[in-house]
Design a protein around this ligand. Structure first.
Ligand SMILES: NC(=O)c1ccc[n+]([C@@H]2O[C@H](COP(=O)([O-])OP(=O)(O)OC[C@H]3O[C@@H](n4cnc5c(N)ncnc54)[C@H](O)[C@@H]3O)[C@@H](O)[C@H]2O)c1
Length: 404
């Protein structure tokens, strides 16, 4: 068992730190956000994730996990900081890996020969190579002295603690020795298959997984527009088509969000703009679905206003980017609700996974059900299932009213 320094205590880093600590490692969690550090040192958490609070409380109480603002010496350094994109005038957003390099510069003075540096942040191809260069420039230690590996995370929010242990992992070393060192480390807490490769391939594996999802969701979203025009129920269509033994159409939505699927395809497109037409189009189809929803709600609102003789109130149900989480990053539901408010509609927003929001007033589900003239279901949160919607005007973008 080793001493691990986990850098970035967010949705990925904090559960990883907790699982490592409960697997027998001594874990120093590092975050630049002092509030996060204090919360973790109090044995508490700042994100919504089932069973995580209990795991962190236990790990902190036994002394296996503590948090601080800057890295400390360790055997293993694991980087899980954000990798967002920057909008670009040429229309293809560019990856922003500044946080990764900031973390690299911060940990460099603490490195000793033989250490393992693992990058888990979703990153464009070549980032692990650049990370090694940044560290060599900062402290003089080379890839022959430090094991550098890229190991992408593929957990499902809501099931992170289970999937951290059960998922198969791809471990891409900058050298073969680094891949093997990474494999030994992950075998201390992962029960899934551990597959070694080069760092470049592992980086591309992660981007491929998320682009696969984006492209396939775009197909479902495009079908939903066609079906709306043709008067066909898209969910019934997909249910029936999926009886074909080799067809598996995904579900349409109000758009695609989150820190991964809505972002990572651009990391491929940015590197190869001339040969990623499908990937770029999928991104635009999924973003376009959110614009379509906004237009549809505005049109339905105008029709209702004619019928009621007053502006209707529009219930927007769900703001998060996916069901049963509080994560608002790149959320199409948040974008749609914001745009409807900006357009001057009387919006009653409901997000059962949040207490409040800095700019949008949140209402309880009960208030929205009582007061809204049109119910727009944007996210299939569990509390939205099995509601009695008899006689209500409903616009269901997530299929939650059809779920048994
Ligand atoms: N959330 C997911 O489901 C998921 C899944 C797979 C991969 N990823 C990838 O994992 C990475 C992290 O994502 P996340 O969801 O955990 O992000 P997050 O925003 O929840 O957490 C990142 C944390 O890093 C901290 N941070 C930023 N710069 C830092 C620095 N220089 N030193 C120390 N701490 C720093 C931030 O304060 C924040 O608390 C991203 O690349 C993301 O794409 C996320």
């Amino acid at each position: 068992m080793s001493t691990c320094c986990v850098i970035g205590l967010g949705y990925i880093g904090l559960p990883t730190a907790a699982v490592l600590a409960l697997s027998g490692h001594r874990v120093i969690g590092v975050d630049v956000n002092a509030q996060v550090v204090n919360i973790v040192n109090n044995g508490s958490i700042h994100i919504v994730e089932p069973d995580l609070e209990q795991a962190v409380a236990e790990a902190v109480s036994t002394g296996a996990l503590s948090a601080q603002l800057s890295p400390a010496s360790a055997d293993v350094f694991l980087i899980a900081v954000p990798t967002p994109f920057r909008n670009n005038p040429n229309g293809i957003p560019q990856p922003n890996i500044d946080y990764v390099f900031a973390a690299a510069r911060a940990l460099a003075p603490k490195l000793s020969p033989g250490n393992l540096v693992l990058l888990e942040s979703t990153s464009p191809v070549g980032t692990t190579e650049q990370l090694a260069q940044v560290i060599e420039e900062a402290c003089g230690l080379t890839r022959d002295q430090i094991n550098f590996a890229y190991c992408p995370e593929r957990v499902l929010p809501g099931r992170i603690l289970q999937e951290l242990i059960s998922n198969d992992r791809v471990i891409g070393g900058l050298t073969i020795a680094a891949a093997l060192a990474g494999k030994t480390f992950y075998s201390s807490f992962c029960k899934g298959e551990l597959l070694t490769t080069s760092s470049n391939t592992a980086e591309m594996v992660k981007l491929t997984e998320n682009s696969f999802r984006d492209v396939n969701i775009a197909f479902a979203n495009e079908l939903s527009l066609v079906c709306d025009r043709l008067g066909v129920n898209v969910r019934e269509l997909i249910r029936l088509a999926n009886h074909h033994p080799r067809v598996n159409v995904l579900q349409p939505s109000c758009g695609v969000g989150g820190h991964c699927i809505a972002v990572d395809p651009w990391f491929i497109a940015a590197e190869a703009p001339d040969c990623t037409h499908l990937i770029q189009t999928a991104r635009r189809v999924n973003d376009g679905k959110s614009r379509w929803v906004i237009e549809q709600v505005q049109a339905r609102s105008a029709t209702l206003e004619d019928q009621l003789g007053r502006p209707p109130s529009i219930g927007c149900l769900g703001l998060a980017f996916k069901p049963d989480v509080d994560d608002l990053r790149e959320s199409p539901a948040l974008h749609i609700t914001t745009e409807l408010l900006v357009a001057g509609l009387d919006v009653l927003a409901c997000e059962p996974n949040l207490h409040d929001h800095p700019t949008i007033k949140l209402h309880t589900l009960e208030v929205v059900l009582n007061e809204a003239d049109l119910l727009v279901f944007l996210v299939a949160h569990s509390p939205f299932r099995d509601l009695d919607l008899t006689g209500r005007s409903v616009f269901d973008l997530c299929g939650v009213t059809e779920q048994a």
